[in-house]
Design a protein around this ligand. Structure first.
Ligand SMILES: Nc1ncnc2c1ncn2[C@@H]1O[C@H](COP(=O)(O)OP(=O)(O)OP(=O)(O)O)[C@@H](O)[C@H]1O
Length: 558
């Protein structure tokens, strides 16, 4: 149950909404019960008055009460639905931004522990499951407790105290049945959540890799795996529904038991002249109304298993810490941008070979260094050290003279601009994708950046120009254009230190030559590290090193 406590704490900002919803839920049950009881009392009293057994009967007040309760019940039910759903939807939105905030500082290595589709399931499906915590568990439980207490008070005032046995039967059913429901539904609920995650993973991967699956004839296997995951989910769901139906039946039987008890007690008191016949009918029907509050509980608690599993899955993400957390007292960079690496030694695992084995590098404003090397030589790992995405076993990376581990991520990424191997374009316009780097950039700044990235002609030829949509991941532009859009975005950022990892990958020689010329003046004002397989695939640099066996060998410098 302790997995649910953080979510109760997170719901506190929405407490007024939840309390309002609870109040309305109680009002709904009270109005429904009151309507049933008062109608029964009124019909019985009227019948007795008709038979001459009651001499004077005020018909106006009970009739008015019945009308008020009938209208009140409908209005309260409607308002309860609106308020409770508003409360839960706001709370779920809070949870999504809470989880996203927990995810955002995670470095790629830590994030890679979760599969993308699984994260999506946690952000969407698991958070949605938590709506049951308030709508189905907490609010109905408190409603049942409050209405039973109210019922006990009301019964106690009207009839001998032995009537409390009736409430006790309902309260006992409200305790025992949910406990049984939790025990029976727990495993199925957990299985349902795991199976739903499987279904989402298979579906997302299947859609993402559709072309590959089709080309390699693997679609039938993917379909079979998806069908198996769907079967598991359906089986878990059916088990849950079965237990739910059983719980509902048990709750109904307990309610009927309480009604029979009320009738039995009432008839006994009637024969002793302790109560009148209309009051007996009122007690019996009020018991029937109160049993409704208990009837909701088994079904709700039988879903608690999946709510708990979803909560645990969310906490797993929320408790994940980046392997290189933010420093407690970050140092702010000032002065000119520079990047230095000193004695860097890096390997991925204790027994793994050294990828970087004593790397020194010094980048000052106006100095650009090209690092070439074979595939797998460790070039990208070098940039990862500079960006504090991995921690080297020895040595230190400094930006503006400050060790990168002492800098906050925001300051680090404000100072060091990166064009990584993989860049992401959002399903938005060219302008919006560029303004990600500088939201306040005017059109002239956007066009200047596009010119430096060699995209001016391309954009000028588009009917919608800067407002052209690029599609998800840049699907509506070519690979080379997408890469240059990412380059233009980096240029717009105007960071004093720049890392370009294979900036000209996928470009033709003529475009490369144009970019080399345009980028040279821009790069000359900053400290630049360029990674490429060969010098022809990089802008002109002041020094050229080759990364081999974990060390940098100087090839040329000017
Ligand atoms: N997160 C990681 N965990 C384990 N090994 C890794 C990780 N990242 C890189 N490696 C390994 O480190 C070595 C260097 O990888 P890196 O990506 O730095 O090479 P690269 O020179 O950039 O290669 P390429 O030119 O092909 O991009 C490779 O053998 C790679 O498998």
């Amino acid at each position: 149950m302790k997995d649910l406590i953080p979510f109760l704490r997170l719901s506190l900002p929405r407490l007024p909404w939840f309390l309002g919803g609870l109040l309305l839920a109680v009002l709904t049950v009270v109005a429904a019960t009151g309507l049933l009881a008062l109608s029964g009392w009124f019909i019985t009293a009227s019948a007795l008055a008709g038979a001459g057994l009651i001499i004077a009967l005020d018909v106006y007040r009970p009739a008015g009460g019945i009308r008020a309760l009938a209208v009140g019940r409908t209005v309260a039910r409607y308002a309860e639905r609106i308020v409770n759903h508003e409360a839960v939807l706001r709370h779920l939105a809070d949870l999504r931004s809470w989880l996203f905030r927990a995810l955002s500082p995670l470095d790629p290595g830590t994030l890679a522990r979760f599969r993308a589709a699984d994260l999506l399931q946690r952000l969407v499906g698991d958070i949605d499951t938590l709506d049951g915590l308030f709508l189905r568990v907490i609010t109905p439980t408190l409603t049942a407790v409050l209405t039973l207490l109210g019922g006990a008070l009301f019964f106690g005032l009207l009839a001998p105290l032995t009537v409390l046995w009736v409430v006790a039967v309902l309260a006992l059913a409200g305790l025992i049945l949910p406990a049984i429901a939790v025990a029976l539904g727990g495993r199925s609920g957990e299985a349902r959540i795991q199976a739903a995650a499987q279904v989402r993973e298979r579906t997302v991967e299947g859609v993402q890799g559709l072309a590959e699956l089709r080309v390699f004839g693997a679609l039938p296997r993917q379909r079979a795996a998806l069908a198996a995951a769907e079967r598991d989910r359906a089986e878990a769901e059916i088990r849950l529904v079965r237990w739910g139906a059983l719980g509902d039946t048990a709750a109904m039987l307990a309610g009927l038991g309480a009604v029979w008890l009320a009738l039995w007690l009432g008839v006994g008191w009637l024969s002793q002249d302790l109560v009148t016949a209309p009051i007996v009918v009122l007690l019996v029907l009020a018991t029937l109304g109160l049993s409704e509050a208990v009837a909701m509980l088994p079904g709700a608690y039988q879903r608690l298993g999946q709510i708990r599993t979803a909560a645990a899955r969310l906490l797993e993400v929320a408790h994940t810490r980046p392997s290189l957390p933010e420093p407690a007292h970050p140092q702010r960079p000032d002065g000119e941008g520079s990047l230095t690496l000193e004695g860097i030694r890096l390997r991925y695992g204790n027994d793994a070979p050294w990828i970087l084995d004593g790397v020194d590098l010094n980048l000052q404003p106006g100095r650009s260094v090209l690092v070439t090397g074979a595939s797998g030589a460790g070039k990208t790992s070098l940039t990862a050290v500079a960006l504090r995405l991995v921690a080297p076993q020895a040595g230190e990376a400094r930006v503006c003279g400050i060790p990168v581990q002492s800098m906050g991520y925001t300051d680090l990424y404000d100072t060091v601009g990166v064009l990584g191997q993989e860049t992401v374009l959002f399903a938005d316009t060219v302008a919006a994708n560029l303004r990600l780097a500088r939201p306040e950039a005017d059109e002239e700044a956007l066009r200047e950046a596009l010119f430096l990235a060699g995209l001016d002609d391309f954009i000028a030829a588009l009917p919608q120009g800067l407002d052209t949509a690029v599609g998800e991941g840049g699907a509506l532009v070519s690979g080379g254009q997408a890469r240059r859009l990412a380059l233009a975005r980096l240029i717009l950022k105007d960071a004093p230190v720049v890392i370009l990892d294979e900036p000209f990958r996928g470009l033709d020689p003529a475009t490369i030559e144009r970019l080399r010329q345009r980028l040279t003046p821009w790069l000359s004002r900053r400290a630049t590290l360029v990674i490429a397989h060969e010098p022809a695939m990089a802008p002109p640099c002041t020094a050229h090193y080759r990364l081999q066996e974990g060390r940098l060998q100087e090839m040329a410098s000017s």
